[in-house]
Design a protein around this ligand. Sequence first.
Ligand code: KIV
Ligand code: NA
Length: 265
Amino acid sequence: LKKITTETLKKMKVSGEKISMLTAYDYSMAKLADEGGLEAILVGDSAANVMAGYESTLPITLDHMIYHAQSVVRAVKRALVIVDLPFGTYQSDPIQAYNSAVRIMKESGASAIKIEGGEEIKDSIKSILNSGIPVMGHLGLTPQSINKFGSFKLRAKELDEAEKLISDAKLLEKLGCFSIVLEKIPSDLAEKISRELSIPIIGIGAGNETDGQVLVIHDLLGMNKDFKPKFVRKYLNLHEEITEAVSQYVKDVKSKNFPNKEESF
Ligand code: KIV
Ligand code: NA
């Protein structure tokens, strides 16, 4: 099994093969995701929502992210493991950013980090890159800025925001980021950026013309019946499967159907 690297993803862009990425936050799910044949697994700070039930990604800490990343790295044999730098661990200055990224790499064994923002955090990105850590950018709807945006609506609909996004994407490429996630922006803007940049662009809610796609694995598996944004495709209805399995177990316990003779000592 050949390990996927940041170089593999760059080559895939050149050859035109689309890149598939999903999130994972724990050992068991990461093992399933890796065995499914993904190129990249993102230990997203969406763990704050999905694993811990917070309303936003802001509360998750560097220690929490390292714990999730360690669990994922133990499971993954092939995919590239990328870890989000959480809110408040890189924005203040390059030294803070460097220290946070180094902790993730040293303590988890992951292969790259992801960071939200452009021009505003360019010194932080530079200092991480200078230490030899591959950096994935993240532009568009950056959930750590939800309090500034005020909603999870589509970003970069207006010309000024679209122009800033294009210049940020070019800056990230110039700094040396190996890839960029574009979240919830118009498809034609994502297509233009994917065409103009030579590093792979991974989209979520950004149309079909990016170099790859990313989703939260719990969304694709249909684990939360109340969460159904337009950009998610549900490949399973695990909410129903799991609640039905649990309720069958409850019935079997109450009726003394479980455990039977073969299941007992
Ligand atoms: O944390 C996350 O899940 C993400 C992806 C959706 C891009 O950043
Ligand atoms: Na994230």
